[in-house]
Design a protein around this ligand. Structure first.
Ligand SMILES: Nc1ncnc2c1ncn2[C@@H]1O[C@H](COP(=O)(O)OP(=O)(O)OP(=O)(O)O)[C@@H](O)[C@H]1O
Length: 853
C-alpha cells in the first residue's frame, strides 16, 4: 500500500508498505473533479523515472513541485494537515496513491479498497460543495446553516462513497474551508435520512447482518463514472470478489455480482451448524442469567492481564472443577472483550455442549468459529470458497471434513489481512467427538499468529492438560488456585440469589439469615451447588425452608444423590425415572411434545401441562426453557451415568435406547408420506421451502434424524434374543417408508446425517447375520450416497431423478414409496404427456425462430 506523508521540509513523500507493516494512517473520501484537476500518481512520480514501484520494500519518491498548482492538490494538503493534527504521519488519497495506468495494480486496488478504508484510523470526507462561509448569514453570525448543502452534496450521489461511509469506524465530514462539520456518529440522523441507511449500519453492526436487498437499496440513486463500477463498488459491502471486466456493461457486472453473492451465501449457509450467539444467549438464560459481579474478578487477575497485555501470551486456559463457573466466566469475558476491543478487532466463539449433537464435535467447533469469523470479516471467505467451489456442502460433513476445515482455518489464520482476532472455545471437555484432534489443533495454532489470541476452558482433565502443555505462549488460570476470588464471587452470587428468594417468597428475617448461613457454610466455592439449592427452595413453602436446608449436604455429588433418592421415593417415581433416563440418552434437547411422542409412558397423557409437571418433579435434574427440556447442568447428567446408573437405568441404558428406537419407527410410520409439505413439483428447491403453519413433521424431526443412532446403541439387531424381530421391524420400515424417510431427511435438512446413519446401519447389519436385510440396507445405503446432492437440494427428487437414475437391479427402485401400481402407471402417463407437450411447444418455438432467421 502506498501512503503519503509530509517530510520535515514540507515536501510530499510517497512510501510503499508491505501488507503486514502498514502504519496507522488517515484516508480521504471525496468526489473526483475533472481529470485535469486531480493530482495523479504520474504527477507525483514525474521526473523520478528511475524508481519503479516495488511492493517488496519501502522507498521514497522525490518531491515534484509542479503538481502543487493543480486544484486537486488542495484536498491532498487538507488530508495531510488534518492527519498531522490528529497525530497521524501517513495518509492515503486515491487520486495519487494508485497507479491507474497499471491495470493489474488498479484491479488489486479496487479489490483492496474496502479494507483500506476499513483499516484507516480516520476517514476525512472532503466536501468541496459544502461551505460554511458563503451566502446569506444570519444577523448574529457570519456562518450559514450548512445542513441543507450537506444533505444535497454530490458526495451522497456517488457509488464509491457508499463504502467509504460504511467501512471506516471513524468518518469525519469537512467543508470546503476545511472546517469540521461533525462525524458519522454526530451526523447520524442526517446521514440516515439522506441515504436511507439504518443507524445500526453506521454504528458498526457487521454488514452481513443486513439482507442483500437492503444493502442493494443503499446504492439507489448513486452513480459511477464507469458503469461497471456500480457493481464493483459493492464488492466490499457484500464481502465478495469479482474479476474486473470493463466493457461488460452494468447489467453484466451486476448479474455476475448477484451470482457471486448467491454462491457465497449458500457457502455460508452450508457451513453454519449453529449460531454461537444464539447458543450463548440460550446458555445464559438456561443458567439463570449472567451476573457481572460474579465474573468481573477475572479482569484484575494476573494471568488474565498477562494474556491480554503481553504479545507473547496467546493462549489463556481457564480450568476448574464442575460448576465452578467457567462457562459463565467466558460469557462475561466475551461481553467485556466485545465492548472494550477496537472496532477493527473481531471475536469468534463457540460453546461445546455434550448434550447437543450439533455442538459436541471438533468439526462443529471449527465450523462455528469459521462461520462467525467470515461473517465478521467477509474477505476471509475466499479461503473457504477455494474448497467449497470444488467440494460443495459435502466438504463440511464427510469423512474428510476435519482435514479440509483445518486447512481452511490455517489459511485464515495466516491471512495477512486477518484483523486482530480473539477466538474463544468453552468446555473442551464437552467435545465428544475428536477431542484429541481439536486439542492438538489448538495447541499448534495458538502460537501461529501474533494477531490471534485464544481463550479455552475445560475441567481439570489430565488428558487436556497433557495436550495443551505442548502449546507455547500459554497462560493457565486455575479457578481452584484463585480460591479467594472465587469465594468472593460465589458470595456475591449467594447474596443475589437469596435476595431474589426473599422477594419472591417474602421470607422473614430469620429465614433469610438461616438460608444465607447454610449456603455460605456449604457452597465450597461452587456456584452450581448454590444455584441448585436455590432452585429447590423456590418451590419450598416458607414454613418448611429451614427444615429443608438440612437436606442439602455440601458437595455436588452428595446433593445429586439426595435428589435422585428423593425422586425414587416419590409417588411418580417410575414415570420420573423414565423421563430422566430418556432425556439423558437423547441426542439433543427436545420439546415437551417431542418428549411425549418419544417416551412410551407419556403417550396417554393428552395434556401437555401434566408432562410439564412431571418434568418439574425431576426439577433438580431437568429444567424447561421455551418448552424445551434441558438437563440443569452437564454435571447432573454425568452423575446419573457415573454414580446413579443402577437407579436411572435399572435395565441398562440399552433398554431405553431400544424403547426410543421403537417409538421412533412408530411415529415415522404414522407421519411419513409422499410430499409432506405439498411442494408438488420435483424441482421445488429446499431453499424455497417454508415451514407449514401446522408442521406435519413437528414430532417426527427427532426420530427422522436419530432413529438409527438409538437402534445402534440398543444393540437390538445383534442380540441373540430379539435380533430377528428387530431386523423384521427395520426391514418393514425400509420397504414401506424408505423413500418417504429420505424426503423427510431433506425437509429436516439432515441428508448428510442420513448418509452417516446408513453407514452405521450397514455396519450393524453386517454383524447381525441377516442376509436379506443386509442386501436391502446395502442397496439403500448406495441409493442415498449417490443421490444425496439431488435429494438434499430438492426433497421430491427422491421420487424423480433419484429413482430414474438408479440401476434397474436396485432393490430400492421397486420400493416406489409404496404407491399402488395402478396409481404409478397413471402418474407416469400423465408425466409423459406433460413432458411431450412441453417438448413440442419448445420445438415449435425453435422452428419459428429459425424460419424468421
Ligand atoms: N457469573 C455468573 N452469573 C450468574 N450465574 C453464575 C455465574 N457463574 C456461575 N453461575 C451459576 O453457576 C452455575 C454453574 O456455572 P457454569 O456452568 O459456568 O460452571 P462450569 O464451571 O462451566 O461447570 P462445568 O465444568 O460442569 O460445565 C450456572 O448454572 C449458574 O447458575
Amino acid at each position: 500500500m502506498r501512503l503519503l506523508s509530509y517530510g520535515e521540509d514540507g515536501c510530499l513523500t510517497i512510501t510503499i508498505f508491505d501488507d503486514d507493516a502498514i502504519p496507522p494512517y488517515a484516508i480521504l473520501s471525496h468526489t473526483w473533479g475533472a481529470d485535469t484537476e486531480e493530482v495523479t500518481f504520474a504527477d507525483l512520480a514525474k521526473g523520478d523515472g528511475k524508481h519503479k514501484p516495488n511492493y517488496k520494500k519501502m522507498f521514497r519518491y522525490k518531491k515534484m513541485p509542479g503538481y502543487k498548482n493543480m486544484p486537486g492538490y488542495k484536498k491532498i494538503r487538507f488530508c495531510g494537515e488534518q492527519a498531522q493534527l490528529d497525530g497521524l504521519q501517513y495518509f492515503w488519497v486515491d487520486t495519487c496513491c494508485i497507479d491507474k495506468s497499471d491495470k493489474a495494480e488498479l484491479f488489486l486496488a479496487i479489490q483492496s479498497m474496502f479494507r483500506w478504508y476499513q483499516n484507516a484510523t480516520k476517514c476525512y470526507v472532503y466536501l468541496s460543495d459544502v461551505s460554511t462561509k458563503k451566502g446569506k448569514a444570519s444577523r448574529f453570525s457570519t456562518e450559514i446553516d450548512w445542513e441543507p448543502a450537506l444533505r444535497s452534496s454530490r458526495w451522497f450521489t456517488r457509488g464509491w462513497t457508499l463504502q467509504e461511509l460504511l467501512a471506516p469506524s471513524i468518518v469525519e465530514f469537512f467543508s470546503q474551508e476545511w472546517k469540521k462539520l461533525g462525524d458519522k456518529k454526530s451526523l447520524k440522523s442526517l446521514i440516515c435520512k439522506t441515504t436511507s441507511i439504518p443507524p445500526e449500519a453506521l454504528e458498526g453492526t457487521p454488514l452481513s447482518q443486513f439482507s442483500v436487498n437492503e444493502r442493494l437499496r443503499w446504492r439507489e440513486g448513486r452513480t459511477t463514472k464507469n458503469k461497471e463500477d456500480g457493481a464493483y463498488s459493492l464488492l466490499g459491502i457484500f464481502g465478495v470478489d469479482l474479476a474486473k471486466v470493463y466493457g461488460e456493461g452494468e447489467a453484466g457486472a451486476l448479474g455476475r455480482l448477484m451470482r457471486e453473492i448467491d454462491t457465497s451465501q449458500r457457502c455460508l449457509r452450508d457451513m453454519r451448524s449453529t449460531d454461537p450467539c444464539d447458543d450463548k444467549k440460550r446458555i445464559e438464560d438456561t443458567k439463570g442469567g449472567l451476573l457481572a459481579d460474579s465474573y468481573r474478578w477475572v479482569l484484575d487477575n494476573i494471568a488474565f492481564q498477562q494474556w491480554q497485555q503481553k504479545p507473547y501470551s496467546r493462549l489463556l486456559w481457564v480450568k476448574g472443577d464442575p460448576g465452578k463457573g467457567k462457562t459463565m466466566l467466558l460469557c462475561g469475558l466475551i461481553n467485556e472483550l466485545q465492548s472494550s476491543m477496537p472496532q477493527s478487532a473481531q471475536l469468534s466463539y463457540f460453546f461445546c455442549q455434550a448434550t447437543d449433537a450439533r455442538i459436541n464435535s471438533a468439526t462443529a467447533v471449527l465450523r462455528g468459529l469459521l462461520h462467525m469469523l467470515v461473517t465478521r470479516q467477509p474477505s476471509l471467505a475466499s479461503h473457504i470458497r477455494k474448497k467449497y467451489d470444488q467440494g460443495g456442502k459435502a466438504m463440511f460433513q464427510d469423512e474428510n471434513a476435519w482435514v479440509v476445515l483445518t486447512e481452511i482455518f490455517e489459511a485464515v489464520l495466516q491471512d495477512p489481512n486477518l484483523r486482530i482476532t480473539y477466538l474463544i472455545i468453552d468446555a473442551l471437555d464437552e467435545c465428544v467427538t475428536n477431542l484429541p484432534k481439536l486439542l492438538e489443533f489448538v495447541a499448534k495454532q495458538s502460537s501461529a499468529s501474533s494477531r490471534v489470541k485464544w481463550i479455552v476452558s475445560s475441567r481439570n482433565w489430565p488428558d487436556i492438560e497433557a495436550q495443551l502443555e505442548r502449546a507455547g505462549h500459554k497462560v493457565k488460570l486455575s479457578l481452584e488456585l484463585n480460591a479467594k476470588s472465587i469465594a468472593a464471587a460465589v458470595d456475591v452470587f449467594i447474596l443475589r440469589k437469596v435476595d431474589q428468594l426473599v422477594q419472591e417468597k417474602q421470607y422473614k428475617a430469620e429465614v433469610r439469615h438461616a438460608v444465607l448461613q447454610h449456603l455460605r457454610s456449604n457452597a465450597d466455592d461452587t456456584f452450581l451447588w448454590v444455584a441448585l439449592v436455590c432452585q429447590d427452595l423456590k418451590t419450598t413453602p416458607e414454613w418448611n425452608v429451614v427444615k429443608r436446608l438440612a437436606l442439602f449436604p455440601p458437595g455436588l455429588d452428595s446433593l445429586y444423590k439426595r435428589m435422585i433418592d428423593q425422586i425414587s421415593d416419590s409417588n411418580g417415581a417410575e414415570i420420573c425415572r423414565q423421563v430422566l433416563a430418556s432425556t439423558a440418552i437423547l441426542y439433543r434437547p427436545v420439546t415437551v411434545s417431542e418428549l411425549v411422542a418419544l417416551v412410551e409412558q407419556l403417550k396417554d397423557l393428552d395434556n401437555l401441562e401434566l408432562v410439564r409437571e412431571i418434568v418439574g418433579f425431576c426439577g433438580s435434574f431437568l429444567t424447561l426453557r421455551e418448552d424445551t427440556v434441558y438437563f440443569v447442568h452437564q454435571s447432573a447428567k454425568d452423575f446419573l451415568f457415573a454414580k446413579a446408573y443402577d437407579k436411572a437405568f435399572p435395565d441398562g441404558s440399552e433398554a431405553i435406547h431400544q424403547a426410543i428406537f421403537s417409538r421412533s419407527l412408530l411415529i415415522l410410520s404414522k407421519t411419513l408420506h409422499r410430499d409432506m409439505y405439498s411442494l408438488e413439483a420435483p424441482g421445488y428447491s429446499i431453499e424455497n421451502v417454508k415451514l407449514p403453519e401446522t408442521d406435519p413433521l413437528a414430532v417426527s424431526r427427532y426420530p427422522c434424524v436419530y432413529w438409527i443412532d438409538h437402534l445402534y446403541k440398543s444393540k437390538a439387531l445383534i442380540s441373540s434374543v430379539g435380533g430377528l424381530q428387530a431386523g423384521d421391524v427395520v426391514n418393514n420400515f425400509l420397504r414401506k417408508k424408505y423413500l418417504y424417510w429420505l424426503e423427510g431427511l431433506s425437509l429436516c435438512k439432515s441428508v448428510g446425517k442420513g448418509v452417516d446413519s446408513m453407514e452405521k446401519l450397514w455396519s450393524l447389519v453386517q454383524m447381525s447375520d441377516q442376509d436379506r436385510l443386509a442386501q436391502l440396507v446395502q442397496d439403500a445405503r448406495r441409493f442415498i450416497m449417490y443421490h444425496k446432492g439431488a435429494i438434499e437440494g430438492y426433497p421430491l427428487q427422491t421420487y424423480a431423478s433419484a429413482l430414474l437414475f438408479s440401476p434397474t437391479g436396485s432393490l430400492t427402485r421397486p420400493l416406489r414409496s409404496g404407491m399402488p401400481a395402478a396409481a404409478r402407471a397413471c402418474r407416469r402417463s400423465r408425466a409423459i404427456a406433460v413432458m411431450s407437450a412441453r417438448l413440442i411447444s419448445s420445438l415449435s418455438l425453435r422452428c419459428r425462430t429459425l424460419t424468421k432467421l
